[in-house]
Design a protein. Structure first.
Length: 275
């Protein structure tokens, strides 16, 4: 059984604000250890449940946050940026299940550090007409390869969101959202224990099925008109409102690649504090 962990950081144990997740800050150095602890707790559980190989895909920001020197010896880590499928790189390599670890709610939703790809310039993303977090987008991509979502960890609202797009997945809330920058957090040892237990149980659902490739539509709303104008320059992307763009793709793989281009172009159009 080959299992993939897509590891984001905003939903990691104890994380509650910007400084916790921005590379180079003192707080980031502290929370790298807790983030790695979450991953190791998950690997421990997956192996106990029967996983024979675990690949951890770094999915946050610089994608160089986890401490390789402290990584569980039963895992391997894919680290670094510019991966074609970004957060989900490796989902097309015959894995039998995927874990969304340290995930968060989407832009325009309540939740600790809620966003979708861009931290504060996207106000909403819709997949086939449904408001979509990164988790929903990534679950749709996993489904295209027949890979079940086994477990989702993050705050309590992230778990509630996951229950709608991966109803068979295990859920671990390592914190309860109070605001975008505040949460009631579990002590790390307790959070790690919960993650290990849930990962062990989740292995009962592992096993790749038949993938289903279908067309999809993604719409993205920004907080400023010039970002939508910039994104609409991308071929196949149309401006459908003053701050909203949309595009169609023949598969979820192509949709996510196009979404990645749209967010990169929009990010390049942000001008200082005015956005």
């Amino acid at each position: 059984m080959r299992i993939m962990i897509s590891a984001d950081m905003e939903g990691a144990t104890g994380v509650t604000w910007t400084g916790d997740v921005i590379p180079g800050t003192e707080q980031w150095q502290r929370f790298r250890r807790l983030f790695t602890g979450d991953v190791n707790a998950c690997v421990t559980g997956l192996v106990a449940g029967g996983a024979t190989e675990v690949i951890v895909n770094e999915a946050h920001s610089s994608q160089r946050n986890l401490l390789l020197e402290d990584l569980h010896t039963s895992a391997r880590m894919l680290t670094g940026r510019h991966k074609p499928l970004s957060m989900m790189q490796g989902i097309d390599s015959d894995v039998d299940g995927v874990v969304f670890l340290g995930y968060h709610t989407g832009a325009g939703s309540p939740g600790v550090l809620a966003h979708t790809y861009l931290e504060n310039s996207i106000t909403g993303v819709w997949l086939d007409g449904v408001h979509a977090s990164e988790g929903r987008l990534n679950a749709a991509l996993a489904a295209e390869y027949g890979v079940p979502v086994l477990l989702v960890t993050g705050d309590d609202l992230t778990c509630a969101d996951a229950a709608t797009y991966a109803p068979g997945a295990g859920l671990v809330a390592v914190k309860e959202c109070v605001s975008r920058y505040a949460a009631v957090c579990l002590p790390p040892a307790v959070a790690f224990s919960h993650i290990t237990e849930a990962a062990t149980a989740a292995m009962a659902s592992a096993g790749r099925g038949e993938g289903v490739v279908t067309a999809h539509r993604i719409e993205v709303e920004f907080d400023a008109t010039h970002l939508a104008d910039a994104a609409a320059v991308v071929p196949t992307v149309e401006l459908i409102g003053p701050r909203r763009v949309g595009f169609d793709a023949v598969s979820m793989t192509e949709a996510m690649k196009a979404f990645k281009v749209v967010t990169h172009v929009a990010a390049g159009a942000i001008e200082g504090i005015y956005g």
